[in-house]
Design a protein around this ligand. Sequence first.
Ligand code: SF4
Length: 261
Amino acid sequence: MRKDLPKILNLGKHLGFKQYVSTNGTLVTDYLAKVLANTCDGVDVSIDGLEQTHDRIRGHGTFRRALNAIRTLNKYKAGIASIGVTIMRLNFRELPALCTLAENLRCGISIQPIIPTGAVFPRGYLLNEWLLFRESDIHELEEVIMLCLNQLLKNVSQPYLRIVVSYIKGNLRRKCIAGYLKLTIDSQGHIYPCSLWDKAIAKYVRGRLRKIWRSREFNEARLKMLSCNKCALGCYEPDNITFNFPLLRLSSELRRALRKA
Ligand code: SF4
């Protein structure tokens, strides 16, 4: 973890950014929890299953440390923490128990499907049979999601849950508009049209961001991105849903508002 993280978060807060942090929770001390509570809009603590499954994936004792992180965060700001579950073949049957765990911990829960990229793919440190769904799992996955619908809908919209299932089935059909709304700058200053794009468009130079945003390279990437189905990340799909299925989004928002009323 960067030693200057508190400084960066305080600067971001000062500049008026909305800030979300994802963590495995192992380094959340009282001091850090206080900083996160004062500067962030949400903290996602990754939990990959119940204790046995989580520790199998992340190492012995990591589940308890993740739970401690959530409790410590709750101490400084109620509602700031949520459980972040990456749904994969190994853990999807535990989703109902994780929804109950979130209720007991008085925190939210968010889900997203495993994306076949990064350090664990291909032939990485986790077995593909743990990660990748088989056709025979899909019906059970849909049943599990239906079972959790009420708990999940507090944090995750119904259209997004449909997208998650379509993505896992391999039949996701929508245009990805991520490149028209957001960009990603990594810690080295490389600029990407989205966080999973494999090629940087440019390097950040103070005062030139607008030019980069309007550049030919960025526009070419945007056009390619429209037909990309590589991920179904929760940070991009709400915009895709609004653009592709505006009525679905609206009806989901209305349902959510009615539930609260
Ligand atoms: S679907 Fe493709 S373009 Fe869209 S956010 Fe994911 S990786 Fe980027």
